[in-house]
Design a binder for this molecule. Structure first.
Ligand SMILES: *Cc1c(COP(=O)(O)O)cnc(C)c1O
Length: 398
């Protein structure tokens, strides 16, 4: 595929203009840090200079800072297929997993489980919760799902796997979970903004996700937590700070949880970061998530086709199959190859021990970008250019 023809017919091509992208870069890391939408940069400088700089503390009311976590949550709910009012933007994914899993332990769950090889923080947090609460920590086999989790327990599971981009069948897993009384907390960090999660229709009751990946909220953007409206009022989350109180400005001595998912608030929200995320989410308005996912997969297909002659092992579902928004190829010298690609303007990332990850954000990339990135990858691998010692130096972040 040359890429030119599908780009001419791409109904999503116009979206790229909403972003401020550097010249000469093919950015294949929107799954790890989304690029800035122009609207996010504008909102950020307006909030800093005007709302904070001029209106000062009055902006809590005047700019509705106090309502920002739920307003931002509603934009996320819209693209994740969750009901309005069921998503709160707050904290990090790690902290939200803690709050949600702890609330389910408080409701009687005897164990907390994660699959081996899933995103590490998910398991780390559950280990800590286990030490604190006495709930048993279970490390399940990869892909084991709710069948092997403890009856009545909690399972934290990625909707799109960060290494392989394998998509979980949320509806099927929820059906299995229901039979055994397992509560699944879906970690949709690598899915939100790129796959059609359809949380409510698929029966997902609990979810957490990331604001800085495909949602393009900026480095360290706040995360989000979703609780099905029927469940939230029964949950007692232990980080019961004033921002989850029913009436924070009553300054009462006793804690009384806010109704619904708002009780998952804890401390004061990071207004500047959340302002950027809120504006970034505006890019998704009017876009069909199924169409975005289809484009992401086709971009990945074009890339895989272009790189096929290298014969590298892909750990992702293959060409034309269902997968999330990235593809991962295996190479012993993956780190060096990624560095050599970055030096040539193609930015992907490396996940130890040998995975090269390439993210295909359908908002910013053309089919020609995907084909060109594959050509540059082929050139680097076939010429051995990555063996230059300069590419072996490792930074703190890979
Ligand atoms: C990126 C990511 C996280 C990040 O967690 P933070 O606590 O927000 O840093 C968690 N889980 C998954 C699956 C991720 O991809």
């Amino acid at each position: 595929m040359t890429g030119a023809a599908p780009d001419r017919d791409d109904p999503l091509a116009f979206v790229r203009a909403a972003f401020d992208l550097p010249e000469g870069i093919i950015y294949l890391d929107g799954n790890s840090l989304g690029p800035p939408p122009r609207a996010a940069l504008e909102a950020l400088s307006h909030a800093a200079a005007h709302e904070w700089g001029r209106d000062l503390i009055t902006s809590w009311n005047k700019a509705d800072w106090i309502g920002l976590p739920m307003r931002t949550g509603d934009r996320i709910a819209a693209l994740a297929g969750a009901p309005e009012g069921s998503v709160l933007c707050a904290d990090s994914v790690s902290v939200n997993i803690f709050k949600l899993a702890a609330a389910l332990v408080n409701a009687g769950a005897p164990a907390v489980a994660v699959e081996a090889g899933d995103f590490p923080t998910d398991g780390y947090i559950l280990e800590g919760l286990s030490r604190l609460s006495g709930a048993r920590f279970e490390l399940l086999e990869p892909g084991a799902g709710p069948q092997t989790a403890c009856e009545g327990g909690v399972l934290v599971k990625s909707a799109v796997h960060f290494r392989t981009a394998q998509i979980a069948d949320i509806a099927a897993e929820e059906a299995l979970a229901a039979r055994r009384g397992v509560s699944i907390i879906w970690d949709v960090s690598h899915g939100a903004g790129v796959v059609d999660l359809n949380l409510a229709a698929n029966g997902a009751r609990y979810a957490v996700g990331c604001g800085y990946k495909f949602l393009n909220g900026g480095p360290g953007a706040p995360a989000f937590v979703h609780v099905h409206p029927g469940m939230a009022d029964r949950l007692d989350q232990p980080l019961s700070g004033w921002m989850g109180h029913a009436d924070p400005f009553a300054f009462a001595d006793g804690y009384r949880p806010a109704p619904g998912v708002a009780r998952f608030g804890a401390g004061t929200p990071a207004i500047l970061s959340m302002t950027a995320l809120h504006a970034a989410l505006g890019v998704f308005e009017g876009l069909d998530m199924a169409a975005l996912h289809a484009k992401a997969m086709r971009l990945g297909d074009v890339f895989l086709e272009g790189a096929a002659r290298l014969g590298l092992e892909s750990v992702s579902p293959g060409r034309g199959e269902l997968r999330g928004g990235h593809v991962s190829l295996r190479h012993r010298d993956g780190y060096e190859i990624i560095q050599a690609l970055i030096a040539r303007g193609v930015i992907g990332d490396f996940r130890t021990p040998d995975l090269m990850r390439f993210g295909f954000s359908p908002l910013i990339l053309s089919y020609d970008d995907a084909a060109q990135a594959a050509r540059i990858l082929c050139g680097i691998v076939e010429s051995g250019a990555y063996k230059d010692p300069a590419f072996a130096r490792r930074g703190a972040v890979t």
